[in-house]
Design a protein around this ligand. Structure first.
Ligand SMILES: [Zn+2]
Length: 644
C-alpha cells in the first residue's frame, strides 16, 4: 500500500497538462485545456483538462479522472504502477507499507521475471538473428530450422542486408523471437550457469521435473516471448519445427528426444500458469502493439501468435492474439485500456467462425465495441499477408461490420441457408431471434425489422411448403417483437438519461457556477440566497462545502468529491470540474445569484400553486391561518409582477 498523503502529494506535484500533453495536443480554452480525446475517435475536441484541479473529462465518451487514471488507462499500468511512475516523474520517493508476506510474494515474482528474461535471452541467442562477432558463437547449429520456418512464411530473410530484413530484425527483437534447441537440457544448463535454481525455473514453467532431474519444457521450437503491458516476459509460446535428422541430433543434441516414434509434437505449446502468468489475462503482442492500437483507435484481434508476428513484420502494428484460449472478458478489458474498438479477424474456417461468435459476449462484458472482418474461406491472416500483402488485410479490416450485423448475416448466409434442411434453417432463425432479443443497443435493435424482412424474403424465395414458411415466419415475427420490446421495456437501459426538467437545469446552472468558483459559497449574498436550494442541489452544495471549505484547492481527491455528490449530478459535475464555464468569479457570482432568484421564484410559484390548490379544496370559509397563507401568496404574486 502507498500512503494516501504520498498519493495526494504526487497528484499535486504532477502537471496534468504537460503529462497529457505528451500524447494529446492540448490548447488553452478559458481556464482549462482542450484537445482530441484519446479515448474515443472524434474530429472536434471535447476532451478537457483542468490544470489546477488535476482533472480531465471528455464530454464525448464521459471518460474522466486524475493524472493517475490517465496513466493507468493509456499505458495499461495498474494503480500502484501508475503512482510509482508519476512519483518518479515528480521526484517523490515512494515507500510502500507492505506486510512481510507481501514482500515475500513480490520478491518471488521479481525472481520469476528475472528467470523469464534470462530464458528469453537464451532463446534469442540460440536463434541469433542478426548476431555478429562474439554473439554469433552462442547461435545453435540447428537454429537454421527456425530461420527456415520464417522463410517458409515468406518473411524477409534475416541474413540479407536489405531494408526489409532490417525491419524484420527490429520486429523480431521487439518480440524477443528465439529458438529452443532440441536437446533435453539446453536451457537447464544455461540457467545453472547463471546461478538460477532449477526449482525456481520449474515454478516459472520453463523446466519440468523428471525422474533424472529437471529438463527443458520447450524443445526444438521457434519461441515467442509473451510479455505483459510493461514488457516483462511472463510466459512463452513455442511453435513446433520440423525434426532434425538423426545425424544432426546425435551430433548436436546427443541427449535429445528421439523423433522416430511417430508422435507428432503439438503445433504450439504455451507456458503453464505461474505467479506471473494467468491464462486468459494476457494478450500476445499487446506490449508491442499498444502504441499502434492507440494511434489507430482499434486493435486487430487474430487467432495465432504467428499471425501477430507476421502482421507486425509487415507494418500492421496493432495486431494481438488471445494466446491459445478463447477471447476472455479480462482480455477485452485489457484491450479497452488502449482503444474502444476491436476488429475480430479470425481464420476463415469453421473454428474461426465459432471463435468469432464466442468473442461477442466477452467484448460486451469488457465494454469493447466489436467489429468482425471476414477472411476468405480457408485463409488465415498470415496466409493473406503472405500471398497478397499487408494492403489486402487492411482492406478486409476496413470492411469490418458490427458484430451483430455480422453474426446475423453469418447465420443467414453462412453456408447456404437455402440449401440447408428445414431443421437447420429453424435452428439458424432461432439463433438470429436470440441475437436480436439479447441485443441492448437501441440503434442495433432498430435494424431488427430490416433483418426480419430479409428473413421472410429468403423463406418465400426458398420455395418452402406453405406450412414451413408459416412456421418460420411466426418465429421471425416473434423474434422481432421480442427485440423491439424486450429489454427496453424491462427498464434495463441504464445509459439513457432522463430528460432534464427546467428546475434541474436551473439547479445545474447554480451548482456549476459554484463549482467554478467554490469560494462564492462564502459570499454573504450567496449564502443568504442559497437557503432556497432543496433536494439534490442542496446535497450537492453541502458536498462542495465539505470538500472545498473556502480554500483554493479541494480537500481530498476530486474522485471522492464526485462520489459524494448525488448520482443525478455526478456526470455533470465531472465535466464541469475539468471544464469550468466561467473565467472570472464576478460573472459566476452574478449568474449564480440570478439563477438562485429564479429558482426561488419558481419554487415559490410551486408552493403557491399547492397553497391555492389546497385552499380551493378547503371549506368555503377560511380559517385565520388559511387566510394568512392566501394573503402571502397574493403578495408574492404581486411582487413577481412588479405590482406593489
Ligand atoms: Zn472521449
Amino acid at each position: 500500500m502507498i500512503a494516501p498523503e504520498t498519493i495526494a502529494q504526487i497528484k499535486e506535484r504532477t502537471d496534468i497538462v504537460s503529462l497529457i500533453g505528451e500524447s494529446v495536443r492540448l490548447q488553452r480554452r478559458g481556464r482549462s485545456f482542450v484537445g482530441l480525446c484519446p479515448f474515443h475517435k472524434e474530429k472536434s475536441p471535447s476532451f478537457h483538462v483542468h490544470p489546477d484541479r488535476g482533472f480531465y473529462h471528455c464530454f464525448g465518451c464521459n471518460e474522466s479522472g486524475s493524472a493517475i487514471d490517465f496513466v493507468m488507462k493509456t499505458s495499461g499500468l495498474d494503480f500502484v504502477e501508475a503512482v510509482k511512475m508519476l512519483g518518479e516523474r515528480a521526484g517523490i520517493p515512494i515507500q510502500e507499507t507492505r506486510s512481510a508476506a507481501d514482500r515475500a510474494k513480490k520478491s518471488e515474482r521479481d525472481e520469476l521475471y528475472e528467470v523469464m528474461s534470462l530464458a528469453a535471452t537464451f532463446y534469442e541467442q540460440s536463434l541469433g538473428l542478426g548476431a555478429e562477432g562474439a554473439l554469433a558463437k552462442s547461435v545453435h547449429p540447428l537454429a537454421r530450422y527456425a530461420v527456415a520456418e520464417l522463410e517458409r512464411r515468406r518473411l524477409p530473410s534475416p541474413t540479407a542486408h536489405t531494408e526489409e530484413s532490417r525491419k524484420l530484425l527490429d520486429v523480431a527483437q521487439a518480440f524477443r523471437l528465439g529458438y529452443a534447441p532440441p536437446g533435453w537440457d539446453g536451457l537447464a544448463a544455461f540457467l545453472k550457469q547463471q546461478g538460477i535454481s532449477h526449482v525456481v525455473a520449474e515454478r516459472a514453467g520453463l523446466l519440468v521435473a523428471g525422474p533424472r532431474g529437471h529438463y527443458d519444457r520447450f524443445r526444438n521450437r521457434l519461441m515467442f516471448a509473451v510479455m505483459d503491458t510493461l514488457g516483462r516476459v511472463v510466459a512463452f509460446s513455442g511453435r513446433a519445427l520440423p525434426a532434425p535428422t538423426k545425424e544432426e541430433l546425435s551430433r548436436f543434441a546427443p541427449n535429445g528426444p528421439s523423433y522416430d516414434k511417430g508422435d507428432e509434437p503439438a503445433k504450439y505449446i504455451n507456458s503453464p500458469e505461474s505467479p506471473v502468468y494467468t491464462k486468459g489475462e494476457q494478450l500476445f503482442g499487446l506490449h508491442q502493439a499498444r502504441a499502434g492500437i492507440r494511434q489507430k483507435g482499434h486493435a486487430i484481434l487474430v487467432e495465432g501468435n504467428f499471425d501477430v508476428f507476421s502482421l507486425h513484420a509487415r507494418g500492421i502494428d496493432n495486431a494481438v492474439a488471445p494466446l491459445g484460449t478463447a477471447f476472455t472478458a479480462e482480455q477485452a478489458k485489457l484491450l479497452k485500456r488502449f482503444a474502444p474498438t476491436v476488429v475480430v479477424t479470425f481464420d476463415g474456417d469453421a473454428a474461426g467462425r465459432k471463435a468469432t461468435r464466442a468473442a461477442r459476449v466477452p467484448c460486451r462484458t469488457g465494454g469493447l465495441d466489436a467489429k468482425v472482418a471476414v477472411l476468405p474461406n480457408g485463409v488465415d491472416p498470415d496466409d493473406l499477408v503472405q500471398k497478397k500483402g499487408a494492403a489486402a488485410l487492411l482492406a478486409v479490416v476496413k470492411d469490418a461490420r458490427g458484430m451483430l450485423d455480422h453474426l446475423i448475416q453469418d447465420a443467414l448466409d453462412g453456408e447456404g441457408f437455402l440449401g440447408a434442411s428445414l431443421a437447420e434453417r429453424v435452428a439458424r432463425v432461432r439463433a438470429v431471434a436470440a441475437l436480436l432479443a439479447d441485443e441492448d443497443d437501441p440503434n442495433l435493435r432498430l435494424m431488427a425489422k430490416r433483418y426480419a424482412d430479409q428473413l421472410s424474403a429468403k423463406l418465400i424465395l426458398g420455395g418452402q411448403s406453405p406450412t414451413d414458411v408459416t412456421q418460420l415466419e411466426r418465429m421471425v415475427a416473434q423474434a422481432v417483437s421480442q427485440a423491439g420490446s424486450g429489454r427496453g421495456s424491462a427498464g434495463t437501459q441504464p445509459e439513457r438519461e432522463p430528460a432534464l426538467t427546467p428546475l434541474d437545469k436551473r439547479a445545474r446552472e447554480i451548482f456549476g457556477a459554484a463549482l467554478d468558483f467554490p469560494e462564492l459559497l462564502n459570499d454573504p449574498g450567496v449564502i443568504e440566497m442559497l437557503g432556497v436550494a432543496q433536494g439534490d442541489l442542496a446535497l450537492a452544495v453541502a458536498a462542495l462545502r465539505q470538500f472545498h471549505p473556502g480554500r483554493a484547492s479541494f480537500a481530498g481527491s476530486i474522485e471522492d468529491f464526485l462520489a459524494a455528490l448525488p448520482r443525478s449530478i455526478q456526470k455533470f459535475a465531472a465535466g464541469r470540474v475539468a471544464a469550468p464555464a466561467f473565467e472570472d468569479a464576478g460573472t459566476a457570482r452574478a449568474v449564480l445569484l440570478e439563477n438562485l432568484k429564479q429558482l426561488s421564484n419558481s419554487l415559490g410559484r410551486q408552493d403557491d400553486a399547492r397553497d391555492v390548490d389546497a385552499l380551493q379544496r378547503s371549506p368555503s370559509t377560511l380559517d385565520a391561518e388559511s387566510e394568512e397563507r392566501l394573503r402571502q401568496v397574493l403578495e408574492r404574486a404581486r411582487r413577481r409582477h412588479g405590482i406593489d
